[in-house]
Write a new protein. Structure first.
Lengths: 698, 268
């Protein structure tokens, strides 16, 4: 304030002294003048054109305005919020806001999709159709030419053209990104009717599509390496061990009085298909006495204490000839002695300079970054693999989760502030990640927590639900009478205590054959003899026939033979018992022909396997590995799951209005919203709109 | 100030006679631009400035993203104005630290670049301002032999001034004397083709008033309040235009500063 007064004084005093403030004053004045000038220019354009745009919007909305029952809809998605846990915590008095919603509005279990996997369920949520019409059946799909997996939601390829110059291959153009999810999100229909939408981190929205609104892509956005999240553990420890999933080990080497290491980056764009990766070096100057280290990464220098995360640090991977890739990551100092170990998060796409489109419009991610600072853009931002591989401990993982969650909350409240009419939808992933990783503490005898005494088990999940309830309370306080609130989850949760290797079962029951001399197979069916294999499983719930004419080395004839084989597998697998306990490992096997309908059913698995509560596909089975054991304990921190019989893991539906429907399903959300806004429903919708009370209960 | 000896005047002209004013201003501007940004870096809260600028950009983007929602647009404009104030406050705080030294530097440079010394044969005005109108009649101008008046003195009672038109015959540093009753005061005068330091006025005033126009000590108390010589204002040819040196310095140092700030990664 004193400096502002002096500034005003200088401006007012009629001497040339302020002219001698020199170039320094000029910088500040020029920068601020430029900002105001741009704002002024744009305001002239905006105000002059606003009446025309407003009339156009009114024209588009003319039909819906007549029939609209709501002015605004707010959808809070809590991935994996479980109705049974919610009811339990409400009963215990831990969730007052959800209790009030239940009492004054609606609480129902929300039927999920087949299978109950997030990309499948959220795709159905947004398109209002079954997977046979939106083409997403799992995180992964398989290439029938080579039985290898690919990401089911998006395909990223290099530029179509390149120029060879000596040892360099110069890419000409941007990478091509193709969305694999079909169907039209319901906010597009709203947009056509002139209704604005703000969509934040709804899964399977990468690449972002154009529509009248703003959108930040969610689950399935890759990291800078193009993967779904590859962390690195930089360490002085000599170890040849590789991580099972999700990360790489990078050596830290001595450099004078300090240390040196690097962050692995994307493939060198100038050496396409060489497998050569770019690297970003960094230095470490440790201070073990004070349990801290100074890290120099590019132009950034920061100090970390042991057990502390850095802020988001920009990293640049230089390829030469002016090509570079930019990302952001966080460093976590694990220890300084006896070994130096630093965990680095997957390198996220920098939202302020996105190398791939992660929002619509492109400026939306930049806007959020300028407003709130850098944030996680990776679809699966919470590094569950690092906890699974014991690179991070519980506290470090939770700190990461809640830091991302806090960023998401800020985005939500900004969207609420900016979207006074229309749709505001935001999905929070924290509920899913934390329940995956900490379910072990809920159960008395979970194999992953047998070593942790009951009284030392933290109430992580109860704390999680309490936080979400508090968030809901803050959101409710900002809503008016004409706003509909929906709190939904895509599925529930159950324990994952026992693994089922279905490929092992198929092998032991003669449906899957291995090469001569092999009793097991490595990842991705490495040692499978396809010429004698009739069925295989890959991913979380899909079971495939090795169909002639579809799979490259298919041997099962389509038609009657396939039908008989499917039924045989259904009969044998349904009710499969765990020999260790006698409990049912598989409670349902579903024929996809009966479950799905639509133009993309040919891409679906042949059978969906519904595991019983406490069971799930084994880590090996998911990756196409064949082992000797069918059932085994799950000892990993990832101890809760939902990729089981969908009938066992419905999601939640809360609303501030009375909803008459007794058995709502996630596929009904889209038609319900459209109807409430007075928008005509597309004929291809599978979901049915709910009967929603006209006035709010709260 | 005593008359400068011919040796001193030659020495002064030799120091600058080979320099081009535009080149000098350019070099000084670049150096000052660099110094300013470096000083700014160490006297400012860089993180706060970066955040303030980012917030401004965010609000600008909001105007575009939510252009169809008038209340949001208006609210964003309000935030832009408030954010600009915040940014200026952060940016001006370090400037208050550097304003004194930069002001002194510019004042000193103004002595060289603000005016050109007189040339032989060029007529110029010498203006003396008296304390009272009554003192006007007692004022007289005493010139060295190399200088002569070319017209009678003109009295301007409204301004309490007497004006003489004078002409110099040859180069040199001279002292004019203005006599008033029993009081005499001197004023330096420079006739030279070279880039040299000039003092357009000598006056009776506190230092902070004198510093911008005078390079000489204050006049002692007496009937004469000030003596001014109308040296021609210097313009500097640069990029096809004639510039006042301060504007040229301002523009060049700004450009230099913006270039250096980008290279050095300094937030302004």
């Amino acid at each position: 304030m004193p400096s502002l007064l002096i500034l005003l004084l200088l401006i007012c005093v009629p001497t040339p002294s302020h002219a001698y403030a020199g170039p320094g004053a000029g910088f500040a004045v020029l920068s601020s003048f430029w900002t105001l000038f741009i704002a002024f220019l744009y305001s002239v354009y905006a105000f002059l054109t606003w009446p025309f745009r407003h009339l156009l919007r009114l024209f588009r909305r003319r039909k819906s305005l007549v029939n609209a029952q709501i002015k605004r809809a707010v959808i809070l998605g809590f991935d994996g919020m479980d109705p049974e846990l919610t009811e339990r915590f409400i009963k215990e008095g831990t969730l007052p806001n959800l209790a009030r919603l239940r009492e004054q509005g609606t609480f129902r279990k929300l039927r999920t999709t087949f299978p109950a996997i997030s990309p499948v369920a959220w795709s159905t949520f947004m398109t209002g159709v079954n997977p046979g019409k939106h083409n997403i059946y799992d995180f992964l799909a398989r290439d029938t030419n080579n039985y290898l997996p690919f990401l089911s939601s998006a395909e990223i390829k290099g530029p179509k053209r390149s120029l060879k110059l000596g040892k360099y291959t110069i890419p000409l153009g941007k990478p091509t990104i193709k969305a694999m999810r079909r169907g039209t999100p319901f906010w597009h229909w709203l947009g056509r009717a002139g209704i604005f939408s703000s969509i934040i981190r709804v899964p399977v929205t990468f690449p972002p599509e154009k529509f009248p609104g703003v959108l930040l892509s969610g689950m399935c956005v890759p990291d800078l390496k193009g993967s779904q999240g590859t962390f690195c553990l930089c360490t002085t420890r000599n170890s040849g061990d590789k991580f099972r999933d999700g990360g790489v080990r990078v050596p830290i080497t001595r450099n004078g009085s300090g240390f040196r290491s690097y962050i692995p980056g994307p493939e060198d764009p100038l050496a396409a298909n060489s497998g050569k990766e770019l690297r970003a070096d960094f230095e470490i100057h440790s201070d073990p006495a004070n349990k801290q280290a100074r890290i120099v990464a590019g132009s950034e220098t920061f100090t970390l204490r042991v057990g502390e995360y850095s802020e988001w640090i920009p990293v640049k991977f230089k390829a030469g000839l002016g090509f570079s890739a930019r990302g952001i990551c966080r460093f976590y100092l694990k220890q300084l002695s006896p070994e130096v170990e630093i965990y680095v998060t997957p390198v996220n796409i920098d939202p302020s300079h996105p190398d791939l489109p992660i929002s619509h419009p492109v400026t939306y991610s930049i806007y959020l970054s300028k407003l709130f600072g850098p944030y996680a853009t990776l679809g699966l931002a919470e590094d569950t693999w690092a906890l699974n591989e014991e690179v991070l401990d519980d506290d470090a993982f939770l700190a990461q989760c809640y830091a991302n969650h806090d960023d998401r909350e800020r985005m939500l409240f900004d969207a609420l502030d900016k979207t006074r009419q229309g749709l505001c939808a935001c999905v929070f992933d924290t509920t899913d990640r934390v329940q995956h990783m900490f379910w072990r503490y809920l159960e008395e005898d979970h194999p992953a927590a047998r070593n942790v005494p009951r009284d030392q088990r933290p109430n992580v999940i109860e704390d999680l639900y309490r936080r979400m309830d508090a968030l809901i309370g803050r959101v409710i306080s900002q809503l008016d009478d004409r706003t509909l609130l929906l709190v939904v989850s895509d599925h529930g949760f159950k324990s994952f205590a026992r693994c089922v290797n279905l490929n092992a079962w198929l092998h032991q029951n003669g449906y899957l054959a291995l090469k001569a001399g092999k009793s097991e197979s490595g990842d991705w069916f490495e040692d499978v003899d396809w010429s004698r294999t009739r069925a295989y499983t890959m991913g979380l719930n899909g079971l495939y026939l090795n169909l002639k004419g579809r799979e490259r080395e298919g041997i099962v004839n389509p038609g009657a033979e396939a039908g008989v084989l499917k039924e045989e597998l259904r009969q044998k697998l349904n009710g499969l018992a765990d020999p260790a306990s006698g409990r049912t490992g598989i409670t349902g096997v579903f024929d996809c022909d009966a479950v799905y309908a639509g133009p993309y059913v040919d891409n679906a698995p042949d059978l969906i396997v519904g595991y019983g509560a406490g069971y799930r596909a084994s880590w090996d089975s998911v990756m196409g590995k064949v082992t000797a054991q069918i059932f085994e304990d799950n000892l990993k921190a990832w101890s809760g799951d939902h990729c089981i019989d969908p009938r066992l893991v419905p999601g939640v539906l809360f609303s501030n209005r009375k909803i008459a429907d007794e058995k709502p399903a996630i596929v009904d959300v889209a038609p319900t919203i459209l109807q409430l806004f007075g928008v005509q429903l597309p004929a291809h919708f599978d979901g049915k709109p709910w009967t929603v009370q006209a006035t709010p209960a709260t | 100030m005593s008359l400068l000896t011919p040796i001193r005047s030659v020495a002064i002209s030799n120091v600058f006679s080979i320099s081009v004013p535009a080149a000098l201003v350019l070099v000084i501007s670049i150096v000052v631009g660099l110094l300013m940004v470096v000083l700014f870096r160490y006297t400012s809260n860089q993180k706060a400035i970066r955040i303030a600028k980012d917030q401004l950009k965010a609000h600008l983007l909001a105007v575009r993203l939510y252009q169809d929602q008038l209340p949001v647009v208006l609210a964003s404009y309000g935030r832009i104005v408030r954010g600009t104030g915040r940014y200026l406050r952060l940016a001006f705080t370090p400037l208050l630290i550097v304003i004194l030294p930069i002001t002194f530097l510019i004042v000193q440079l103004d002595r060289y670049f603000g005016w050109t010394p007189l040339t032989p044969g060029q007529s110029f005005l010498v203006t003396a301002r008296a304390k009272t109108v009554e003192d006007l009649d007692s004022l007289s101008l005493q010139l060295p032999e190399e200088l002569k008046t070319t017209a009678p003195a003109v009295h301007v009672p409204a301004d309490k001034e007497v004006v003489w038109r004078v002409e110099a015959a040859k180069n040199g540093a001279y002292d004019l004397k203005v006599n008033a009753a029993d009081h005499a005061v001197e004023k330096s005068l420079l006739v030279s083709p070279a880039l040299a330091r000039v003092s357009p006025e000598r006056l009776r005033a506190p230092y902070w008033k004198r510093m911008f126009v005078s390079g000489e000590s204050a006049l002692s108390d007496g009937p004469v309040q000030s003596i001014a010589v109308d040296y021609p204002v210097r313009t500097i040819a640069f990029a096809g235009f004639e510039w006042n040196w301060i504007w040229l310095f301002f523009v060049l140092s700004l450009v230099a500063g913006f270039l250096f700030k980008s290279v050095l990664g300094i937030e302004i």
